[in-house]
Design a protein around this ligand. Structure first.
Ligand code: F6R
Length: 257
């Protein structure tokens, strides 16, 4: 895992966007795995700026999102489909038919999840997966206790995640308690992974992910076994890392290469 510690969110978002832009230029028909939440918003705006400036095009790109609240229609302003349209897809030249988000209203959720896995496989697998991290160390909605071999399935949100996400809803009781989510195993099959983490409330999760043992109590720790995983974080999110200076030195060399 490479840890790129930046002075702030703006710098980290730009660097992460540059990594995506490089892939899109090299492989215009690449497959992206995308995340929602407040963390990637600035990086998505950097990519939208690049498209506007004519530097890159998403015309041939296909995408699959990590997760969706179960029970919310795509038109709900807190659904992850709505979020993706508003924060990225409506601002770039991607063909919406090539963007995929799990259907939160799927009655047969097992079929929905199995089909999603097949679609990703048929597309050749995910070239680059974008991730945020929950304050409890989750990736997608793989809460503590999720198997590190898990696949796309129905999951339940922990009280911590419901509390963290309540800021987007009128009240905590409006936050759905379940979701459809790619599994940790699904995520780890991506060829490259970029995880973004900002703010002091992510410092424990980042420390656990990077320096803790690999365990289902911090599902992001599964990325320790990935051979091309990059963490872009700000100083606050990196503040509890024991080997912070070493990572900073090492990533500077790796970023040049
Ligand atoms: C979003 C997702 C989640 C978030 C995480 C952090 O698709 O899968 O794992 O990345 O909950 O959320 P924010 O970015 O809002 O702090």
């Amino acid at each position: 895992m490479e840890i790129v510690i930046c002075k702030d969110k703006a710098e980290a978002s730009r660097k992460a966007a540059d990594m995506i832009a490089k892939l899109v230029k090299e492989k215009p028909e690449c497959v992206l795995g995308l995340a929602t939440g407040s963390t990637p918003v600035e990086m998505y705006s950097c990519l939208a700026d690049d498209v506007k400036a004519g530097k890159i095009s998403f015309k041939g790109v296909k995408s699959w999102n990590l997760d969706e609240y179960y029970g919310l229609p795509a038109t709900h302003d807190q659904s992850y489909r709505y979020f993706m349209n508003a924060n990225l897809f409506d601002k770039i030249d991607i063909d919406k038919a090539n963007t995929h988000v799990l259907n939160g209203l799927a009655e047969d959720w097992r079929k929905e999840c199995a089909d999603y896995e097949s679609q990703i496989k048929d597309a050749g697998g995910i070239d680059l997966q974008v991730l945020g991290i929950g304050s409890d160390g989750h990736i997608a909605f793989n809460e503590p206790g999720s198997s590190l071999a898990s696949r796309t399935r129905m999951v339940y949100l922990t009280p911590q995640t419901i509390q963290d996400n309540a800021r987007f809803f009128d009240k905590a009781s409006d936050v759905p308690t379940s979701a459809l989510s790619m599994g940790v195993g699904t995520i780890c099959e991506a060829k490259k992974v970029i995880l973004l983490a900002f703010g002091a409330n992510k410092a424990d999760a980042v420390q656990g992910m990077v320096e803790g043992g690999m365990s289902q109590y911090c599902t992001a720790s599964a990325l320790q076994a990935h051979n091309d995983a990059w963490v872009f974080c700000d100083e606050e999110a990196a503040s509890k890392l024991k080997l912070k200076d070493f990572y900073a030195w090492r990533s500077e060399i790796e970023m040049k290469g």
